[in-house]
Design a binder for this molecule. Structure first.
Ligand code: ATP
Length: 341
């Protein structure tokens, strides 16, 4: 039996006031227990797609299925949305007149007292909320409210959970902990999680699959590793990190097979290593450097006229000549070279 829990076929939605589709012919499959990130630039259609997945909005064309059930129909209910698909909005929708503990406890109200208490306390602890248990949402910061919304959403061990920008107000070390806790909880409950994020690190760091949307269209769906290392085009390559993109004919002669053929080559900054002159494939001058904490980001102008991003553990002053070896690279479909981000 197929373990696909949620799938869309040729899903499209154009808002009345617009000419362009917010979501255009999106066909997507999500398997049971999977963690999927929907990512893309601002206005790409991520939130609209999430709302269509939850049955909160009627598509113009196409279908959404939850198991064997057509979700589209739920958009026309008095209270729209499929009852088993839980969506946490960007504005959290907490109960303002109930405490943090009561908000988390709400979905557990049909369980026995001991289970309610045990699960609420566990979630308060996991999401670092013990100190706020008796406070009201208005007394909390945005990040604290966001953690309450996550705890509340997970309290009922949902089969499927949709989150819109769940980490947007949580930062630093706490964000890493929250992401880890969320991953552990969804694994424990076998919850299928689909979340929207514009943050590429969040999209790559704890997901099984990433879907990149641009202009309402699904550009690529892949594992985080493949998304980063095997992008289908320059837009995808650049969306997930800095990338040196140029024509293969500009690379040192004989460096790649068929050097003379017209190929678009992508080299990530970490695929260029600062080395000794005799081992180098390229040499050039440092134009500028930025301190990034655990490394420096260098901008280098190669002697062959290439402008390159390079990571280095050591700082280099502007105008210093450095030598670089290429440790890896890949080719992209031939398309006009687009500008760096
Ligand atoms: N209710 C609406 N009425 C009209 N147009 C809308 C509506 N909601 C969204 N849009 C438009 O649809 C497109 C997709 O919007 P959507 O909010 O889905 O994008 P997004 O990728 O979630 O963006 P962001 O990351 O900025 O939140 C945008 O052009 C937006 O202006």
């Amino acid at each position: 039996m197929s373990d696909i829990i949620l799938h869309t076929d040729q899903l499209s939605k154009t808002f009345v006031q617009s000419t362009a589709a917010a979501v255009h012919q999106v066909s997507l499959q999500v398997t049971q227990g999977e963690v999927l990130a929907l990512t893309g630039p601002s206005g790409a259609g991520k939130t609209t797609l999430l709302r269509l997945l939850a049955g909160l909005m009627l598509p113009d064309q196409g279908t959404v299925y939850y198991k064997d059930e057509l979700v589209n129909e739920y958009a026309e209910e008095l209270v729209p949305g499929h009852p088993d698909i839980h969506l946490v909005f960007q504005d959290f929708k907490l109960f303002p007149n109930h405490t943090v503990a009561e908000n988390i406890n709400y979905q557990l109200r049909y369980y026995d007292q001991a289970t309610q208490q045990q699960r609420t306390e566990e979630l308060l602890q996991i999401f670092h909320l013990q100190a706020f248990a008796k406070k009201y949402p208005r007394e909390l910061s945005g990040g604290q409210q966001q953690r309450v919304a996550l705890a509340k959403a997970l309290s009922a061990e949902p089969e499927i959970l949709l989150l819109d920008e769940p980490f947007s107000q949580i930062d630093g070390i706490l964000k890493q902990e929250i992401k880890q806790a969320l991953k552990q909880l969804v694994n424990r409950y076998n919850t299928t999680l689909v979340f929207v994020t514009h943050d590429t690190q969040d999209a790559l760091s704890f997901t099984d699959k990433v879907a990149l949307i641009q202009g309402g269209q699904l550009i690529q769906t892949a594992s985080p590793e493949d998304m980063y290392h095997k992008p289908t085009n320059q837009f995808v390559a650049r969306f997930f990190g800095l990338c040196n993109v140029f024509n293969s004919q500009l690379l040192p002669k004989g460096f790649i097979k068929n050097n003379d053929a017209d190929q678009t080559v992508c080299i990530r900054p970490e695929q260029l290593k600062v080395t000794k002159a005799k081992k180098a494939h390229l040499s050039g001058q440092v134009i500028q450097q930025q301190f990034m904490g655990n490394h420096y980001l260098l901008q280098v102008q190669s002697n062959d006229g290439l402008s390159l991003w390079v990571y280095s553990l050591a700082p280099f002053k502007p105008s210093t000549t450095i030598h670089l070896s290429i440790t890896d690279w890949w080719t992209l479909p031939n398309e006009p070279l687009v500008k760096k981000k």
